[in-house]
Design a protein around this ligand. Structure first.
Ligand SMILES: [Zn+2]
Ligand SMILES: [Zn+2]
Length: 489
């Protein structure tokens, strides 16, 4: 309980991180007499704290000074990382390796330093930074440093729906028994499928946040987006970009979907209605979209139009989504495998199938979520490597308007819709205007892409125009999102 060295407890100072709340600086200087001793540096955690970040800086490594790092909360041990980490974090939902997540009791905490080596004549000044975040900041994601896995605008390919041991995912154990399936296997399967991002969407829990945070450094080509499948008796909806658990007790503690939608949108996350056309019943409880009270559908950002293998027919979500578009609601169509077993490559919902292709300015959580909202998004039903579908309208003045964008086109004016498809074999291309299908003549471009166009005359009213690509037998393979014409801004 004693501090072996004078510790300077600086006044609350602005953190170097642009988002940060408040940072304490605990400073001191080690000398040879601290060799093989422990130091406790006390600090106060106020009520309502939801994350504690600790950093350690010193420049004694050149003369072989080693400082180990650990953390004590009001009850005692909270974590130890030895000399392996200079920055650690603990929160209610996640923690660095070696540290325990969970409630952060208010009171006196201590940073624990161990000094396994310092030379007899050495003097090593050190600075420990302690940053404290409150619950609102954590829920809004302000405690997260932006993490960009890849810079630059591109089509990024991902799977937005999967389950693991954190909810009802299962797979074969070493001896062939069906057991709760480790999340890592799902992430590895996604990486093998060549995906750029996944959203892990466990049913009504956030217990996977910690694993995702710990796995992300290893998956430095696969962006891990924490999600939750809000699973109610009146429908399922994926929320992408959660920072903690969300309420789900619809008809109990939650009167209807609207407070949840407000919470989601305020936090920068987005909500997608899942498999809306599935029937609710004993086979799939609460699976259909059957809200008991009116939902503010303008607050819904997306619809899962292809769940697992349901791309065509009455169980696909395309019809539900197009009805929403007809009612003037802009929602992005997406897909999700709903994988519950990463080992079942031949099953009905292997990871990555369908894939969702998102044109985003970078591969980061914020960029992918913003691009999903924006809507330059394509569902690739079979997850075919290298496949791509794009659509744009060109008006008489030459202006180009792409998927997710809006064009004002007065009555009587003409525009041309251009579709461009990359796929390993010829497909049928079909324009869809306000839900009506218009098969197109497909030509092959100089670069081998499949192209189609359609001249279209505006009547000055609101319309949406998109494109699909189908196999020779008519089955849907690629689904595009709309260009919006004459929509209120
Ligand atoms: Zn579901
Ligand atoms: Zn699911």
């Amino acid at each position: 309980m004693r501090a072996l060295l004078p510790v300077v407890l600086a006044a609350l100072a602005a953190s170097p991180c642009a988002h940060a709340a408040q940072t304490l600086q605990l400073q001191g200087t080690l000398s040879g007499k601290d060799h093989q001793r422990y130091l406790e540096l006390p600090f106060t955690v106020p009520d309502g704290t939801a994350r504690v970040d600790v950093t350690l800086r010193h420049d004694g490594a050149g003369e072989r000074t080693v400082i180990d790092l650990g953390l004590l909360d009001t009850h005692g041990f909270r974590g130890w990382s030895g000399g392996s980490r200079r920055a650690v974090t603990v929160s209610r939902y996640d923690a660095s390796g070696g540290y325990l997540p969970g409630a952060l009791p208010a009171g006196q905490w201590k940073v624990l330093l161990g000094i396994p080596n310092i030379r007899a004549g050495a003097r090593t000044p050190y600075t420990v930074g302690v940053t404290l975040w409150d619950e609102d900041e954590v829920q809004a994601g302000r405690d997260r440093a932006p993490q960009v896995l890849r810079e630059g605008p591109a089509w990024y390919r991902g799977d937005l729906h999967m389950h693991s041991t954190h909810s009802d995912g299962s797979c074969s154990s070493q001896q062939g028994n069906k057991v709760p399936c480790p999340l890592f296997l799902s992430l590895q399967a996604a990486a093998r499928q060549g995906l750029d991002f996944v959203a892990v969407t466990e049913h009504n829990t956030a217990s996977h946040l910690e694993e995702l945070a710990r796995h992300q450094p290893w998956f430095d080509r696969l962006l891990l987006i924490p999600g939750m499948e809000v699973t109610t008796f009146q429908g399922h909806a994926n929320v992408f970009g959660i920072n903690g658990p969300l309420p789900f007790r619809l008809g109990d503690t939650l009167p209807d979907w609207n407070p949840l939608l407000r919470q989601v949108n305020d936090s920068g996350a987005l909500l997608s209605i899942n498999h809306p056309a599935l029937a609710s019943g004993e086979a799939c409880m609460g699976c259909g979209w059957t809200p008991a009270r009116p939902v503010d559908m303008d607050a819904v950002a997306a619809v899962e139009v292809v769940n697992a293998s349901q791309a065509d027919g009455p169980r696909a979500g395309v019809g539900f989504w197009e009805q929403q578009l007809q009612q003037g609601r802009r929602m992005t169509a997406i897909g999700g495998s709903d994988s519950h077993d990463p080992g079942a490559a031949d099953g009905p919902s292997p990871i990555g199938r369908p894939a969702t292709l998102v044109h985003a300015p970078a591969l980061s959580r914020d960029a992918i979520l913003a691009a999903l909202r924006q809507g330059r998004v394509v569902v690739d039903v079979r997850n075919v490597a290298g496949s791509r579908l794009d659509l744009w309208l060109r008006d008489a003045g030459g202006q180009r308007t792409g998927m997710g964008q809006q064009l004002d086109l007065p009555a009587g004016q003409w525009a041309t819709a251009h579709a461009e498809l990359d796929y390993p074999r010829p497909l049928r291309i079909e324009f869809v205007i306000d839900g009506r299908r218009h098969p197109a003549t497909v030509e092959t471009g100089e670069d081998g892409s499949q192209r189609a166009s359609l001249r279209w005359r505006s009547d000055g009213k609101r319309h949406w125009l998109r494109v699909d690509a189908r196999d020779g037998d008519g089955s849907l393979l690629m689904l595009g999102n709309p260009v919006y014409v004459n929509w209120p801004r």
